[in-house]
Design a protein. Structure first.
Lengths: 129, 182
């Protein structure tokens, strides 16, 4: 698959996929008023990726500092897709990256982690900026 | 002549209100005001967790106005920004920050709002978390967003039970007010 790069805006995150190391990253803030609309092309891309690509692994780095409730729905959708791929024997690692002083983001990460079975979901604290 | 704007400002300030807006609210608008709100609180050395909570409640309320206000201010041109008409208030009562919002809703939506708000009003932290997860999964299977997830998120950020009021305007419309104390 080709690399993708969705640029960050004031209220949507940067989304990158690099084929060279099979890594996807979502970084920044996410609070569009309709998150489904914003994430739809990313989900389409991901569906294609799982269908067409013969890669056996994918690393996803999620480093969000803030997201709204509409985006949390999109995130769950996203994780569900990753789980389905995990069920089909693809090795997927999700790194939930958060500022070590941000209890809020840690809590969200823990909540997503609770419902995950077939992929690796790691909580990764980073030093406060 | 009495300066009415000065009177309004004075009244609001006496209640601790430092941000008051009534009119069309769009995504661009809430992004800029939200940013200024954060800046103001950072300058006043408010703790980071309180800033995040106030900001989050402000965003959820404003987006609920965009998505669910019965009074809309939209053009037919595709891709043009949508705006919902409503009121948003942020203040500090001496001990806590509060965020209130108000907007007109259709009478046909009253039951939806009443059902969710009456449920979350008395829920504790754990119950709210369970309800959030339940609603999150339900919403994922639906095409469009309902107000449920957003209101539960607001309640989770609130330090006290949220207060709300539904005031019937006429046979088609009701005014909804929600107050959140962070």
């Amino acid at each position: 698959m080709k690399d993708i790069h969705v640029k960050e805006t004031k209220y949507t995150p940067e989304i990158i996929y690099t084929a060279a190391d099979n890594t996807m990253s979502i970084k920044g803030k996410s609070y569009p008023e309709n998150a489904d609309e914003f994430y739809a092309p990313v989900f389409e891309w991901l569906e294609k990726f799982f269908k067409e690509d013969n890669e056996l692994h994918l690393t996803v780095n999620i480093e969000l500092v803030y997201f709204n409730s509409s985006s949390s729905k999109a995130l769950l959708n996203f994780l569900d897709m990753l789980e389905d791929a995990g069920d089909n024997d693809m090795k997927i690692v999700v790194n939930w990256i958060y500022d070590e002083e941000d209890d809020n983001m840690l809590e969200y990460g823990e909540e997503f982690k609770e419902d995950i079975d077939s992929i690796e979901f790691l909580l990764v604290p980073i030093e406060s900026a | 002549m009495k300066d009415k704007i000065f009177v309004i400002k004075k009244n609001l300030n006496e209640k601790g209100v430092f941000l008051y807006f009534s009119g069309p609210i769009s995504q661009d608008f809430l992004v800029e005001i939200g940013h200024t709100l954060r800046q103001k609180m950072e300058l006043e050395k408010v703790s980071r967790s309180i800033i995040v909570k106030v900001f989050s409640v402000f965003i959820e309320h404003s987006q609920n106005i965009i998505n669910f206000s019965a009074e809309q201010c939209n053009s037919d041109i595709e891709g043009s920004p949508t705006a919902g008409i409503g009121v948003i208030v942020v203040g500090f009562d001496g001990d806590n920050y509060f965020v209130s919002c108000g907007n007109t809703i259709h009478n046909s939506d009253v039951d939806i709002f009443n059902d969710i708000l009456s449920r979350i009003k008395d829920m504790g932290k754990e119950k709210l978390k369970e309800y959030y997860k339940e609603e999150l999964k339900k919403e994922v299977s639906k095409k469009s967003d309902g107000p449920g997830l957003s209101l539960i998120e607001v309640a989770r950020k609130s330090g006290r039970p949220i207060e709300y009021k539904l005031t019937r305007i006429d046979e088609k419309h009701t005014f909804l007010t929600v107050k959140t104390v962070v």
